[in-house]
Ligand binder design. Structure first.
Ligand code: ZN
Length: 414
């Protein structure tokens, strides 16, 4: 009897750890756009990738189980959707008649658990499987959490971070191959844990957290880049991170990043390397920024919870000290903020240049970025955004009299 009780206990413990049921819900089509819907009990680690031989997408749902395997025929352009399982993982493969553009899956919280959506678009123009790089932009603080406050300079951190985030969002949004996602879009409060959870829910390829700092010594100034480490590398980083430990909240249905780091050391090791690479690329750009002084010449390590994702390369920028009058003025002004956003964009772009996946289309066949002109754009501002001379854009795109129009697609070499 006793033995049975123990066996049941062990069994239910096993269930508690590994049971996260995955179900296929169906396919929804609208104007050649398709949503494949799945359901989960909890947010999962999903490894998503595409292949061109044959045209397919595979989704590996770690530590999930399915009731039974299936192989379902579908309508054009999807051939079939097939499932299989190995150990504690479920694998869904979707095969196509032709290449499609796709987005890494989104995991959306609902009352009944997690709705997983894989979005696809039929696109006759593409010759291979194609997807956008997803950049998570995290404007630090917000709502009842103002972040640093510099009364004498009339600056609040949460305002500065949102303005820089929006500026970066715009450049990425209007550049082919990128899909920026704002962690917060307005002055709302978001828990630290929800911020990196959002990166997982949106399948972010990278995560960039934007901050500004304040210090008791008004002479301290400049920008710095941080990546995550449990053991902070410097004392100033330590004091920064203890400030950020406030506002902790984890949901039952959330993915446990802390547990996952010990389960998947290889994935975590790669994330650390890629975070450092991304941090260095952004720092290299900050060094070239004529407006911004550097507080730290190297990428620093700090125990910032917001950066602790298992697999999403994550960096945090302190764009300056608003307690310093020079930095406060720089960050209050649009040109100064735009320079921070530009360094972030160029750093991100250089990072992806070295980490181009087969299905990215950031660069065209001739090695150009493509930017779509927006209402109100002028050439000189576009040139500043991308850090290139106006004449380069004019010559490459054969523009006469600096005349550009909304919707015009211009090539940029960087
Ligand atoms: Zn902050």
């Amino acid at each position: 009897m006793k033995r049975n009780v123990i066996a049941i206990l062990i069994f239910s413990l096993h269930q508690a750890v590994f049971s996260n049921q995955l179900d296929f819900v169906g396919v929804d089509e609208k104007n050649k756009s398709y949503n494949l819907e799945f359901s989960l009990e909890k947010t999962a680690l999903i490894i998503a990738q595409s292949s061109n031989s044959p045209f397919s997408i595979s989704l590996e749902f770690k530590e999930t189980s399915m009731k039974e395997d299936f192989d379902l025929k579908q309508n054009y352009p999807i051939k079939n959707i097939k499932s299989s399982s190995s150990e504690n993982n479920s694998i869904i493969e979707i095969f196509f008649y032709e290449p499609v553009s796709w987005q890494k899956p989104q995991q959306i919280k609902t009352e009944n658990g997690i709705k997983v959506l894989l979005s696809l678009d039929q696109n006759k123009k593409i010759k291979k499987m194609t997807r956008e790089a997803i950049v998570m932009i995290d404007a630090g603080h917000g709502g009842r959490d103002p972040g640093a406050i510099a009364k004498s300079h009339n600056v609040i951190e949460k305002d500065i971070t949102l303005l820089i985030a929006n500026e970066l969002f715009r450049t990425l949004e209007d550049t082919d191959g990128y899909k920026p996602v704002l962690v917060r879009e307005d002055d709302s409060f978001i828990y630290l844990d929800q911020r990196y959870q959002k990166a997982r829910q949106n399948s972010g390829d990278i995560f960039v957290s934007i901050h500004a700092d304040a210090f008791s010594l008004p002479s301290v100034k400049g920008a710095a880049i941080y990546i995550w480490s449990e053991e902070a590398s410097s004392n100033s980083a330590k004091s920064l991170s203890t400030k950020k430990v406030s506002s902790v909240r984890v949901d039952e249905s959330d993915f446990d990043e802390d547990l996952a780091r010990s389960k998947y050391p290889e994935i975590y090791k790669k994330k650390k390397e890629k975070s450092l690479q991304l941090g260095k690329k952004i720092l290299d750009q900050l060094k070239r920024d004529p407006y911004t002084h550097l507080h730290k010449k190297r990428v620093e390590y700090a125990d910032f919870r917001v950066l602790k994702s298992l697999d999403v390369p994550s960096v945090l920028i302190e764009s300056g000290f608003i307690s310093n009058s020079e930095d406060a003025e720089r960050l209050k002004g649009k040109p100064g903020r735009r320079m921070i956003a530009r360094s972030l964009f160029l750093g991100i772009n250089n990072y992806f240049k070295e980490n181009l996946e087969d299905d990215f289309f950031i660069y065209d066949a001739e090695g150009y970025l493509t930017y779509t002109v927006q209402r109100g754009d002028v050439l000189s501002e576009i040139a500043i955004r991308f850090g290139v001379p106006v004449m380069d854009i004019i010559n490459t795109n054969l523009i006469r009299d600096e005349a550009i129009f909304p919707g015009q697609r211009i090539k940029i070499k960087i």
